[in-house]
Design a protein around this ligand. Structure first.
Ligand SMILES: CC1=C(CCC(=O)O)c2cc3nc(cc4[nH]c(cc5[nH]c(cc1n2)c(C)c5CCC(=O)O)c(CCC(=O)O)c4C)C(CCC(=O)O)=C3C
Ligand SMILES: [Fe+2]
Length: 391
């Protein structure tokens, strides 16, 4: 990747509703063209309704933006930070327009997603590609993306303090043998898991595990990244070696006929309790960057209720949020991208799966839309929106 003198940072996120009237329009934005059944929308709407129609995600992103600005300033890096979402105001296209109007031309995007799959990586690249087409800024604005940072020390370490505290609490209460750590992440369709990341690596994982995506954790890039980070975290906490753990999934949607990654967290909890005599659950929201609706509803409400029904103890540990090490890690990765190639520090990555690619490989997380088209993207070797490098 050529070094660029980036002149703006774009914090790109999912977006969420800010009041009851926003809930349905937001859900329509999220699911446009993707065949999520109406009953599922109604069901998901109740999660937002129960919180006044407000997702906490926007406020969390305002705080992350402020924290990034403060850390950049503290290091003397003069880069303005803008914020744009996929599904709610401020939308990515209007933010890119603003960035351009303000005179900037080279944008480095930081997304609120750590792992590799369509929803968390390529869909952001499409957001940028489509926005550049829509605004007519294709030849004016370069939009690159910070790498997926699942195993960057800043992201990993942000999970540690509350994981250690949760483990200590549960071990004190029921003993290590009866404690289980559930590393929870968003389920995705098996087909998305199969397409995640570079194709050669996906093929290698299928070979190594002798399984197809969805048949076993670790058989696809998405679950393999999560497994690697979960294993690392358990090795980093003192109590880790005494306690059993597993990778589980949440927030499945789409028609039941389409297979998604399993096991679901509630099924997994029930199984551990009935088969292994587990009496305490430490739930780590490993796939998420902040305490948004997927965390406060699917874990703090639903999974907690399951634990109550099963009669076991439950603790949910922290997301990175604006944890100091997380923010500082993001700025480390930004400054790497600003450095000239020969002055670039060693890129940090704590597992065999990383450090991830600064620029996505060919066909990374590929997705053909239902109408047979492929959306324009940026930030990949095969991106079709590639403004001149020599800016
Ligand atoms: C991998 C992944 C992440 C983690 C990485 C990342 O963080 O990016 C994530 C995060 C999030 N998902 C979120 C919300 C939703 N996700 C949905 C639907 C879907 N997610 C998917 C995947 C992911 N999603 C997929 C494959 C679908 C179905 C197809 C589709 O429609 O793309 C739906 C539709 C209704 C439903 O079916 O649940 C909603 C409302 C919010 C906002 C929460 C808030 O408002 O606080 C956040 C941060
Ligand atoms: Fe990707």
């Amino acid at each position: 990747m050529e070094p660029k003198r980036y002149d703006a940072v774009l914090l790109a996120s999912f977006g969420g509703p800010e009041g009851q009237d926003d809930v349905i329009p937001f859900l329509r934005n999220v699911t446009r063209g993707r065949g999520i059944p109406d009953e599922r929308l109604e069901e998901v709407a109740t999660h937002y309704r129960a919180h006044g129609g407000v997702s906490p995600i926007n406020e969390q992103n305002r705080q992350l933006k402020a924290a990034l600005e403060a850390e950049l300033a503290a290091r003397g890096i003069e880069l303005p930070v803008y914020w744009g979402n996929r599904n709610w105001d401020p939308y990515v296209p209007q933010t890119l327009q603003q960035i351009h109007d303000d005179g900037h031309r080279r944008v480095l995007a930081v997304t609120t997603s750590a792992y590799s799959c369509y929803s968390s990586c390529r869909q952001y690249r499409e957001d940028f590609g489509v926005a550049l087409r829509e605004t007519g800024l294709e030849d004016e604005l370069a939009v690159d993306k910070l790498r997926q940072y699942f195993d960057h020390p800043g992201f990993v370490r942000a999970f540690l303090p509350s994981l250690a505290a949760g483990l200590r609490e549960m071990i004190a209460a029921v003993g290590a043998e009866k404690t289980h750590v559930f590393f929870a992440t968003h389920s995705i369709p098996n087909s998305d898991a199969a397409a995640a990341g570079p194709r050669p690596l996906a093929a290698q994982l299928r070979e190594q595990t002798g399984a197809e995506a969805g048949e076993a954790n670790g058989a696809d890039v998405y679950s393999a990244q999560h497994l690697a980070v979960a294993e690392l975290l358990m090795s980093m906490v003192e109590e880790g070696s005494e306690v059993d753990w597993s990778l589980v999934y949440q927030s499945r949607s789409g028609p039941p006929s389409v297979p998604w990654l399993e096991p679901d967290i509630s099924d997994a909890m029930e199984q551990r309790v009935t088969q292994d005599g587990v009496e305490a659950a430490v739930v780590v929201p490993l796939g998420f960057v902040s305490d948004h609706m997927e965390v406060i509803w699917d874990l703090d409400t639903e999974a907690k209720e399951t634990a109550e029904e099963l009669g076991i103890r439950f603790v949910r540990t922290d997301t990175p949020g604006t944890h100091r090490e997380f923010v500082s890690g993001l700025v480390d990765m930004i400054s790497e991208r600003l450095a000239q190639l020969d002055e670039r520090p060693q890129r940090a990555g704590m597992t065999q799966m990383g450090p991830w690619f600064d620029v996505c490989r060919p066909n990374c997380c590929s997705k053909v839309m239902r109408d047979g088209t492929i959306k324009p993207t940026t930030s990949a070797v095969d991106a079709d929106v590639t403004p001149p490098q020599a800016l």
